[in-house]
Design a protein around this ligand. Structure first.
Ligand code: MF3
Ligand code: CO
Length: 267
C-alpha cells in the first residue's frame, strides 16, 4: 500500500527534508584530499544534534546493523560504503548518502562529489556524473498526479542509456515517510505505462545508481559495500520528493546549498 500524506504531514516532511539536505551539504563541504571517510562520519554524528530541537537521528545507523551515520561510497563503490580509515585522494568521486528522521518522519538524499574539483576528472567520469544527475532531474520534472510510476523509471533508464552509461538494477528508490523504506519500490528502469499511479500526497525517494561500465554489481565481504563488478566508476544522486497537484516538490533541496556541482555539470 502506498501512503498518502496529509498537508500537515507534508509540512513535517519538508522540515526533515531540509535538515537532511543541510546535513548532506555540510558533509560534502568536508570532502577534501587527506580526510578519511570515518572523519566525515564523525562530523555527521556531531552535526545531527545541532539540527532543530536536537532530536534528529541518522536513518542509517543501526539499520539492519549498519555501523555508519551515513553511507560513503568511493569510485567503483555504488552504495552502502562503510565509513572508516580510507583516505580520500584527489580525483576520487565520492557518493554521500544521508538519511534521517525528525519528529517521526524521514528524509533521504544523496550526492556524488569530486575530491579536489572537477578538473581532476576524465571526460568519461564527468559524463557519468552529468548523466546521473540529469536522469534524476528529468525524472523529477515528469512527476505529476496520474502518471504511472514506471513512466518515471523508464525516463531514468532512457536518459542514462542515451548518455552511454548503465543503470544498476539490483537496488531501487522507494517510498519514504514515517519509515525510511516504504512502498512502492522505485526502479531506475522499466516499461512505461505499468505499475502504480502516482497521487497527490505520495512521497518517494528517487535515486539513480549509474555505472560508467557494465550494470552488474556485487557485495563485498563486509556484507554491505556494493561495487560495480567491472570496477568501473559509479555515481548516485537522490532526492526525496512529494507528488503535488502541479508536479513534484523536492523535499531535500540540496542544490540550493550547492555552490559548485550545478555549474560545472553543465560544462
Ligand atoms: N539511504 C539509503 C537508501 O537510500 C539507505 C541506507 S541504509 C544503510 O535507501 F543501512 F545502508 F545505511
Ligand atoms: Co534512498
Amino acid at each position: 500500500m502506498i501512503n498518502v500524506l496529509s498537508p500537515a504531514e507534508l509540512d513535517q516532511m519538508r522540515v526533515v527534508g531540509r535538515m537532511m539536505a543541510n546535513l548532506l551539504n555540510a558533509c560534502c563541504q568536508q570532502v577534501r584530499p587527506g580526510i578519511t571517510t570515518g572523519e566525515i562520519d564523525a562530523f555527521a554524528r556531531a552535526y545531527l544534534p545541532t539540527l532543530g530541537d536536537g532530536s534528529a537521528k541518522s536513518g542509517c545507523l543501526g539499520y539492519f546493523g549498519y555501523p555508519g551515520a551515513l553511507c560513503i561510497s568511493v569510485n567503483e563503490e555504488v552504495i552502502h560504503g562503510i565509513p572508516g580509515a580510507r583516505v580520500l585522494q584527489r580525483g576520487d568521486i565520492v557518493s554521500l548518502d544521508v538519511c534521517g528522521s525528525y519528529h517521526g518522519y524521514f528524509g533521504d538524499n544523496t550526492r556524488t562529489v569530486v575530491v579536489g574539483g572537477p578538473e581532476t576528472l576524465t571526460a568519461d567520469v564527468r559524463r557519468l556524473l552529468r548523466v546521473t544527475r540529469q536522469s534524476l532531474e528529468t525524472a523529477v520534472k515528469a512527476i505529476r498526479p496520474g502518471v504511472h510510476l514506471s513512466d518515471i523509471s523508464h525516463l531514468v533508464e532512457k536518459t542514462v542509456a542515451e548518455g552511454g552509461c548503465s543503470v544498476v538494477r539490483e537496488y531501487t528508490g522507494h517510498g519514504v515517510g514515517r519509515h525510511l523504506h516504504e512502498d512502492p519500490p522505485v526502479p531506475n528502469y522499466g516499461k512505461p505505462g505499468k505499475g502504480p499511479i502516482l497521487h497527490e500526497g505520495m512521497t518517494i525517494a528517487i535515486e539513480p545508481m549509474v555505472n560508467l561500465g557494465k550494470p552488474a554489481v556485487r557485495v563485498l565481504s563486509d556484507g554491505w559495500t556494493v561495487v560495480s563488478r567491472d570496477g568501473s566508476p559509479t555515481a548516485h544522486f537522490e532526492y526525496t520528493v512529494a507528488v503535488l497537484k502541479e508536479g513534484a516538490e523536492i523535499l531535500t533541496p540540496w542544490f540550493e546549498v550547492d555552490p559548485w556541482t550545478d555549474e560545472w555539470l553543465k560544462k
